[in-house]
Write a protein that binds this ligand. Structure first.
Ligand code: F6P
Length: 462
């Protein structure tokens, strides 16, 4: 079997980026060590006059090829087109999307740069797996350079509905470039439908019932591959971490109060200010819970050079301060807000300590924290998941308390319901979710995608 080549914007070399909260890094490292191969992407460094010659770091059977970007590339490709255009657009935040042609040109240039860097590292029987919105045109660039190996793209973010996509000035070229892939994977059926709508209504393409898409002269398999977890290791970490000093310190400081927890990268798509407002509404409408609960919001800072993210940080600090000022007592702080990242193991222990997780993104590709929370629970007395219906995870985890994150009353009432839920119902809901998460694991996700990418199998159903 050929090597697996993974390409993504960010490369997480093991033992370097342990504290980061994102699910993608953990997922891809697990996949690569299973199959062996190469992971190419941005080094995280900016250097004047960066070249297409990567720094190579080898760990076991995986090589990491790290490319520097110039400061202009970082500003225009990463902060610019990827994170101020595609990110808000793909998360339905047209109000935040900025359309700048220079940024778009640099985005295309960096995609060409990545493709050129990969070319000399490729072997004939490699298969190439490209990840996410930063690198959508990469497949087309590789084809232009003569690459004939099979190439797949997996979109970790949502793929927006047609009417949203049409607001992107470069939508035609961007979506057309997806025809260079052999396989295009999405997190949910809604994302797949949005793509197929675009293909049939805008790109003059055709779609067969088995997910085969005809776009121009190319044939692409488009399908749903909902990303999963290494559920077993997460569950083991949670049991172990529950008794570690840092997790026990948290438990002691609760003084018997029920813990509600939210863990998200600091991102406006995660609906964190809305969630805190819902918590305030919960305290207002359910006064019997005052002094009996603590809300811990962990939001490691991300994309701090993008102005919208800096503003969000200020908003959150104000919101947490407002709630603590309004409802707090000398012996009770209703909200604990921390903006640093924690190791996965520590988070696992926090999840197991919590009675309720409030995961309420306004829009999310999947949200692996929701799945992590579930597997970290004690089966005899599991906590309750309050989950946004707009997270990809809601498609599988419909036994969670599904809420509309824009509706503060709905989320506030779900918090009260979660805290009052009888043990029997908690166990029934948890069992249902646990079964799904432990069946569709990370390795299943990889195997499913790679099986289709290798062309061995017909498209795996959603
Ligand atoms: O799909 C979105 C995503 O790539 C996640 O997988 C990841 O957690 C996050 O964005 C990382 O963002 P950044 O690399 O900009 O910090």
């Amino acid at each position: 079997m050929g090597r697996l080549i993974v390409i993504s914007n960010r490369v997480a070399v093991p033992n370097v980026d342990q504290a980061q909260a994102g699910g993608l890094a953990v997922a891809l490292n697990d996949a690569l060590s299973t199959y062996g191969g190469l992971w190419l992407g941005w080094s995280g460094q900016t250097v004047e006059g960066a070249t297409t010659l990567p720094h190579i770091v080898t760990k076991g059977n995986v090589a990491y090829a790290l490319l520097d970007l110039t400061p202009e590339d970082y500003a225009e490709y990463y902060n610019g087109f990827a994170n101020r255009t595609l990110w808000p657009l793909f998360h339905y935040r047209l109000d935040m999307a900025e359309f700048d042609r220079v940024n778009y040109q640099t985005y295309l240039k960096v995609n060409t740069f990545f493709a050129t860097a990969l070319l000399s590292l490729l072997q004939p029987d490699d298969i190439i797996w490209v990840h996410d919105y930063h690198l959508i045109p990469l497949g087309q660039e590789l084809r232009r350079l003569g690459v004939t190996q099979r190439i797949g793209l997996f979109m970790h973010t949502p793929f927006p509905a047609l009417e949203i996509m049409l607001t992107l000035p470069s939508h035609a070229r961007l979506v057309q470039s997806m025809s260079a892939y052999d396989v295009v994977g999405f997190q949910t059926i809604n994302d797949l439908r949005s793509f197929l709508d675009y293909v049939t209504q805008e790109a003059n393409g055709k779609v067969e019932t088995d997910g085969t898409v005809f776009m121009g002269k190319r044939t692409v398999r488009a399908a749903v591959f909902a990303i999963g977890l290494d559920a077993e290791s997460m569950a083991t970490e949670a049991v172990h971490s529950f008794h570690t000093p840092s997790v026990q310190r948290l438990q002691r400081t609760l003084h018997g109060r029920a813990l509600l927890i939210g863990v998200d990268r600091l991102d406006y798509s995660k609906g964190i200010p809305e969630r805190l407002r819902a918590y305030a509404r919960f305290l207002e409408r359910h006064p019997s819970f005052r002094k009996k609960v603590t809300f811990l919001q962990i939001s490691p800072v991300s994309r701090g050079d993008v102005p919208e993210y800096r503003r969000l940080r200020r908003t959150l600090e104000q919101e947490a301060g407002r709630i603590n000022g309004q409802y707090g007592e000398p012996d009770w702080v209703p909200v604990r807000y921390v903006s640093k990242g924690y190791k996965r193991a520590t988070l696992a222990g926090y999840y197991r300590t919590a009675s309720v997780a409030v995961i309420t993104p306004l829009r999310d590709g999947m949200n692996l924290v929701a799945k992590e929370f579930v597997v970290a629970q004690n089966a005899d007395s599991p906590g309750v998941l309050v989950l946004s219906r707009f997270a990809g995870a809601a498609h599988e985890l419909d036994a969670a308390l599904l809420v509309n994150p824009y509706d503060v009353d709905d989320v506030a009432d779900a918090m009260a319901r979660a805290l009052s839920m009888p043990l029997e119902e908690r166990i029934a809901r948890w069992n249902q979710m646990h079964k799904i998460i432990t069946t569709n694991t990370l390795s299943h996700w990889c195997e499913n995608f790679l099986t289709v990418l290798r062309g061995d199998e017909s498209v795996v159903s959603a």
